[in-house]
Ligand binder design. Structure first.
Ligand code: GLA
Length: 740
């Protein structure tokens, strides 16, 4: 009889089959152990955990949900792979030092110096948090040592997302050393796997590489401490059977929710199964766990799609807006930033003019960037004053409060840049508190962007950082926005106050989250941008405290088309800061059209715009106001890949499918490059009729798109539309509206 099991059901039976194989191994206790099977189900998938002969918790299935839950138990029987030997290849959390032969999730040295660990299933609980979210907790314990691990799986049913983490504790007679302490351990079966990973540097974020996974271990990691994603973010994709495309194929997206050193080991084992072990990087970070102390790992999140990368990204974006990003369903402020307009060279008068420009342009907020602080060592270049968060009175004789007032007079809001984790060697802060700095006491200092990192593992430093931000708000209660920067990596990792230096990297990140938590408890809603010299720190642990992130200092719109394409697989448009700047030689229309695909901002000298350019920007901002909800809260469909043809095209469709906006760009300079073929839309209702209308038309130009015609969704999704992109029309924005 077929039946489907409700969320949260457990299957229990006695297991005495398959024992012969294991008889080769010496097994303590009865081989006829009670088998516990727990299917963790989402709308599309099931991750099925089961105890084995050794009472270890294993993954027996991870894939498309089956109609009959009883059949998950049959899955292992249809594989004819080579011997497992250890009975641990598919462990849900691989412990080292007993039978394990593969990359472990956890390695320890017990209080008595012994290095072995065997984690056996004790029990589990299932807590339905609401109609969509269920938390599963599995308690595992070593039969020899009083050492246990709780595995947490938070299952978001509709979004097909699982967040996984572990809590490690013991009651041994002394300290236990944790050498490795992963958040999650996954196990996938397929005939072949492809990894899509990302690398980069300043202004070169999110460069993709995709390759078939070969045997052995591929490690994605960071050892930078801060600005941890500078060379590599933790986000990745694994395609199964064949490389997934936008709309086809099985693909897993994964990411660690952590803002410090991370490490993800992707191991193709000798049986051709894929083992993924992800967590905090244990590099230089052996953790001494006291009796009774709990070590909580960060979350590892994943979603599995059977409809290609596009579906996975829509699921993840939806999850991020609902559950992670601060105010993910809320509003955002459009802004004018002065960084590229002035760099460090400004004064009150110049800023007052920019405040007038902010209003003239029609955006919501003026964002004052770097260079406003430092009294003894004024911040006129990036060599001084980080840490001295008092106004530079030469530049701003009447302080920030005069600017905030001026902003209000112009009916715009005011925001400010701060880089509170950092200190310049030339600063009063460093002079006063030389022990607050991360450095090796006996070695020369070494700088990244001429600066050092403050030691956030020290609670006094945490208080200072909270105080610096608080001071800005208390002296300017109407301050409406913060850009929080973090430009430096950590060299000479060492705390002058921490007892155990192996805890430094971990304590730094804990310190950072403490600070952010404290700031958020006092200022829960003020929008904050997460910046790290660009996209050096973009992850879902940090984004719980931020409303948006700065993807890159590279704002050349052509570069942004490629870069935001990749970011968008993991992060929604509402959180993706996207500004019009002087980078790139494209016309202003192209720049604005690209910036409208994210959270729109400007970083230009408005007075340098020609009259028509200004007029164009003003109209575009008004149109953005009208369409921003669809861009921010709608479903994103990538229609034409810039890496594969002359034209890039991206659509955002409202959740009720009644309206959409489509951005198309020319990404090639070759002869006659353009949209020769129609582009197929996606996400519409096939039997509804829609009208296409071109917006963001440059003054004095007209559109070849006939907005009086209507098309069925069926036609637009099967045959397509032609945005008429060519060298004369290098960017085109079309709205799609249902005609009732
Ligand atoms: C970093 C940021 C920039 C700008 C500068 C200021 O590079 O990414 O946007 O704020 O710092 O120094």
């Amino acid at each position: 009889m077929k039946y489907s099991l409700k969320k949260g059901t457990t299957i229990t039976r006695m297991l005495c089959t398959g024992i012969l194989f294991f008889l080769k191994l010496a097994v303590a206790g009865s081989l006829c152990a009670q088998v516990v099977t727990v299917p963790l189900q989402t709308a599309a998938n099931a991750l099925v955990l089961q105890t084995n002969e050794f009472k270890n918790l294993s993954i027996i299935y991870f894939g498309k949900k089956l109609h009959d839950v009883q059949e998950y138990g049959l899955a292992p029987q249809v594989y004819r792979q080579t011997s497992d030997y250890s009975g641990m290849l598919n462990s849900a959390y691989t412990s080292a030092g007993s039978r394990n032969l593969m990359e472990p999730a956890i390695t320890v040295t017990h209080a008595d110096g012994n290095n072995s660990l065997d984690l056996q299933y004790i029990n589990h609980t299932i807590k339905q948090e609401n109609e969509n979210v269920t938390l599963y907790t599995f308690t595992l314990r070593d039969p020899v040592y009083d050492f246990s691990v709780d595995l947490f799986y938070k299952v978001y049913y509709r979004q097909d997302v699982i967040e996984q983490w572990s809590v490690i504790r013991h009651q041994e007679k002394g300290n236990v050393l944790l050498h490795k302490y992963a958040s999650a351990n996954l196990y996938l079966k397929s005939d072949a796997f492809w990894l899509r990973q990302y690398h980069g540097d300043w202004a070169r974020e999110m460069k993709p590489e995709e390759a078939r996974v070969t045997h052995g271990i591929k490690t994605l990691d960071s050892k930078l401490g801060t600005r941890a994603n500078l060379f590599q973010p933790s986000v990745f994709m694994i395609s199964m059977h064949q490389p997934a495309t936008e709309n086809e194929g099985t693909v897993l997206f994964g990411a660690l929710e952590y803002s410090g050193n991370f490490r993800t080991d992707i191991e193709l084992d000798y049986q051709n199964n894929l083992r993924i072990v992800s967590g905090i990087n244990n590099y230089a970070s052996t953790y001494t766990l006291k009796k009774g102390e709990e070590f909580v790992t960060p979350g590892f999140l994943y979603t599995l799609s059977h409809q290609g990368k596009g579906y996975a990204s829509r699921q993840l974006q939806d999850w991020a807006r609902q559950y992670k990003i601060l105010d993910g369903n809320g509003d955002r402020l459009t802004l004018l930033n002065n960084w590229e307009a002035t760099y460090f060279d400004f004064n009150e008068e110049k800023l007052k003019a920019l405040l007038k420009d902010t209003r003239k342009l029609g955006v919501d907020l003026f964002l004052l960037d770097d260079g406003w602080f430092g009294q003894k060592y004024p911040r006129n270049s990036d060599h001084t004053a980080l840490g001295d968060w008092q106004e530079n009175k030469t530049k701003l004789p009447n302080g920030i409060s005069a600017l905030v007032k001026e902003a209000a007079g112009n009916q715009v809001k005011f925001g400010i840049w701060i880089e509170p984790e950092m200190v310049s060697p030339k600063s009063e802060l460093y002079e006063k508190h030389p022990t607050w700095v991360v450095k090796q006491p006996a070695r020369p200092e070494y700088y990244f962007r001429n600066q050092l990192v403050l030691d956030l593992s020290n609670s006094e430093v945490q208080d200072f950082v909270v105080g610096a931000v608080d001071q800005l708000f208390t002296s300017n209660p109407s301050l409406a926005y913060i850009k929080w920067d973090c430009n430096s990596v950590i060299y000479n990792a060492h705390s002058l106050t921490l007892k155990n230096q192996s805890h430094f990297y971990i304590e730094y990140v804990r310190g950072l989250y403490n600070v952010l938590k404290r700031i958020r408890s006092k200022y829960p809603t003020v929008p904050m941008m997460l910046c790290s010299g660009g996209g050096g720190r973009v992850d879902y642990a940090a984004l719980q405290y931020f409303t948006e992130f700065w993807p890159s200092d590279n704002t050349d719109p052509l570069e942004r088309i490629f870069m935001q394409w990749e970011y968008s697989y993991f992060f929604p448009a509402i959180a993706t800061g996207s500004h019009v700047t002087d980078w790139g030689k494209q016309p202003i229309k192209f720049k604005v059209d690209v910036a409208m695909m994210g959270k729109l901002g400007f970083d230009i000298v408005v007075s340098h715009l020609a009259e028509k350019e200004l007029q164009f920007c003003q109209q575009a901002i008004r149109d953005y106001e009208q369409w921003k909800k669809v861009i921010w809260q709608g479903d994103q469909y990538r229609l034409a890949n810039p890496a594969e043809g002359d034209v890039a095209s991206v659509a955002y469709i409202s959740r009720d499918k009644s309206a959409g906006i489509v951005f198309s760009y020319l990404v090639s300079n070759r002869y006659a490059a353009g949209s020769a073929l129609p582009i197929r839309l996606n996400g519409l209702k096939s039997d509804s009729r829609y009208r296409l209308r071109e917006i963001n038309l440059y003054p004095g130009t007209s559109s070849p798109i006939d907005s009086t015609k209507t098309y069925s969704g069926d036609f637009l999704m099967t045959v397509g539309f032609n945005p008429e992109v060519n060298a004369g029309r290098s960017s085109v924005v079309l709205t799609v509206e249902e005609v009732k």
